[in-house]
Ligand binder design. Structure first.
Ligand code: B12
Ligand code: SF4
Length: 491
């Protein structure tokens, strides 16, 4: 079968820094590998970088089936839009839609008549099975983990019980050839080109704002160390390891560290994501891993500057761990980047507390996101009543979805002030010429673009313009008693 894998381009969701964080569609690259093993012919279109229109791509690739990925819910409108275009071009092309956000919240597809199957969860075995059934005209309701259209614009789950979780140790490596022609364009801020890989999948924690553990039911599975080493060697100089929970399994992380160190491959940049408590518990592992890259950055979900704030998010950690993790990581020569969550329920004192914390611990390589209940989480269901905005393009964590405790304008002034205190402010702590020292001459124009764009993150008016979706009811202030129960306040 001829299959086109498609990463949509959410044109309307380009607020903030997203144009400068564009990484490989790793999920689709795993699917490409599985499909090729099953004998299919596969192409991939990353619409973020395609000059060709979708109709042109379809004419070139003549697919029997298009598999669209929707990783973030903000991409859902673009994913459905492209599904409509495919069907309008040729109604015989089978359209399958999957990916993290759609698996977590397939209801986002309700009303769409172009999607032939919604695929829930990991696709390495599901998609080849679906292609096989479509190619041989077999009934699709014999397959697990699918939602099929029932004719009235809604979708119904097949009654087949899903099998066990995939054994990642048995999975083939992602197929990197399918993105070769976009490779130069993948980036993380000033690092370009950028590669991504995965060493483990899932998370055993339960932060309320996060969709990962809820989708993977708190499982955590690992790829085989030799496979990871092969992929490490197949990737380029700047590498983002997308695992949500790095150094989670001590024994395995130690084995993996030794396996990678036996390779001669070293990276210019290595970026991993983990929790503060995993760093405090595993300083020796960090030491072991450190030689693998010239620059080794750890991205922490810092979330809150206080212990009550962390527990209101079910972070299951206290603030002393954050402080300790930052100290340990710095001592061992790691770069610290991170993110704080700003609750719309924040008061002026909450903002001030956050800034004091940043100053006390010299935390300036940080970003700020607005607390956003993600569709598919319990938190979303609990927050439904207070949410005013159901336009998924606004679920990029930079939009207000309901009236904040402070007046909207004041909220954004303080939110922007937080960004101004970050390293991205060219009038702030790190001057523009210090940035220039970090990049190659040929990357200067790009860096200038990034920094110019970044300054809009510090402009309250830019956010206010984006907030016009909050209707008149929401723009009037609410009394404290009407605030919902799930909140970061108390911080
Ligand atoms: C890498 C990554 C990014 C990259 C972008 C990656 C890309 N190519 O687009 C960057 C860093 C840019 C990014 C940005 C953001 N991200 Co992000 N990101 C991730 C991360 C860490 C890993 C994704 C990944 O590669 N996984 C590995 C691959 C193998 O898995 P996969 O993509 O899910 O694919 C598998 C299945 O889903 C399935 N599948 C996928 N597609 C299809 C299609 C079909 C047809 C089928 C059958 C199956 C199928 O099969 C694949 C193989 O098993 C996830 C966390 C996570 N665990 O998912 C967060 C995550 C997806 N991101 C999240 C968020 C919130 C964001 C931001 C909004 C954060 C922000 N504001 O700072 C931005 C939004 C960006 C934007 N404006 O577009 C949330 C998702 C929120 C949601 N539900 O909408 C996640 C879950 C993190 C979290 N802890 O909550 N992100
Ligand atoms: S530790 Fe990270 S991946 Fe795990 S539940 Fe919390 S935010 Fe999600």
């Amino acid at each position: 079968m001829r299959i086109l894998l498609l990463r949509p381009y959410p044109e309307t969701a380009q607020f903030g820094l997203s144009p400068f964080f564009q990484t490989e569609p790793l999920g689709l690259m795993y699917l490409a590998s599985a499909l090729r093993q099953a004998g299919h012919s596969v192409q991939l279109a990353d619409m973020r970088f395609e000059r060709r229109a979708i109709t042109h791509i379809l004419r070139d690739s003549q697919p029997d089936l298009v598999a669209i990925s929707c990783l973030h819910i903000l991409e859902a409108p673009a994913a459905l839009g492209v599904a409509d275009q495919i069907k309008a071009h040729n109604p015989n092309i089978f359209v399958a839609l999957g990916g993290h956000a759609i698996s977590a919240y397939p209801k986002a597809v309700d009303g769409n008549r172009s999607v032939d199957a919604i695929c829930i969860g990991e696709g390495e075995t599901l998609l080849p099975a679906l292609c096989d059934a479509v190619a041989n005209g077999r009934a699709l309701d014999t397959l697990p983990s699918l939602l099929l259209p029932n004719g009235d614009g809604r979708f119904q789950a097949t009654m087949v019980k899903p099998g066990r979780w995939l054994d990642l140790a048995q999975m083939p490596l992602p197929d990197r050839s399918v993105v070769a022609r976009y490779q130069k364009r993948y980036c993380c801020l000033n690092y370009m080109p950028m590669w991504t890989m995965e060493t483990a999948r899932g998370c055993s924690y339960r932060c309320n704002f996060c969709s990962v553990w809820q989708l993977y039911k708190r499982t955590y599975r690992c790829h085989a160390p030799d496979q990871v080493r092969a992929d490490f060697e197949a990737t380029g100089r700047n590498l983002f390891m997308v695992d949500d929970l790095f150094w989670a399994d001590r024994t395995r992380s130690e084995e993996l560290g030794h396996t990678l160190l036996r390779s001669s491959e070293r990276k210019n940049l290595l970026l991993v994501q983990t929790r503060a408590d995993l760093v405090t518990e595993n300083a020796d592992l960090l030491k072991l891993w450190r030689p693998l890259a010239k620059t080794f950055d750890i991205f922490f979900g810092l979330e809150s500057h206080t212990s009550p704030g962390l527990s209101s998010l079910n972070k299951d950690a206290d603030i002393n761990k954050t402080v300790e993790a930052v100290r340990i990581a710095r001592e061992l020569g790691f770069g610290i980047t991170g993110n704080f969550i700003i609750d719309p329920d924040f008061t002026e004192a909450d903002f001030q507390g956050l800034w004091d914390f940043m100053d006390e611990h010299q935390l300036y390589r940080v970003g700020f996101t607005i607390l956003t209940p993600l569709p598919g989480t319990y938190y979303f269901e609990m927050s439904r009543k207070k949410i005013d905005v159901f336009d998924w393009t606004h679920y990029d964590l930079h939009h207000l979805l309901w009236q904040p405790r402070l007046p909207v304008e004041r909220f954004f002034e303080l939110y922007c002030e937080s960004w101004r205190r970050s390293v991205l402010n060219i009038a702030g702590k790190k001057k523009w010429w210090q940035w220039l020292k970090q990049v190659r001459v040929r990357d200067i124009p790009r860096l200038a673009q990034i920094l110019a764009r970044t300054q809009t993150l510090m402009d309250p008016q830019a956010y206010l313009k984006e907030t016009n979706l909050l209707g008149p009811r929401q723009l009037t202030s609410v009394s404290e008693s009407s605030a919902d129960t799930v909140s970061l306040r108390g911080a």
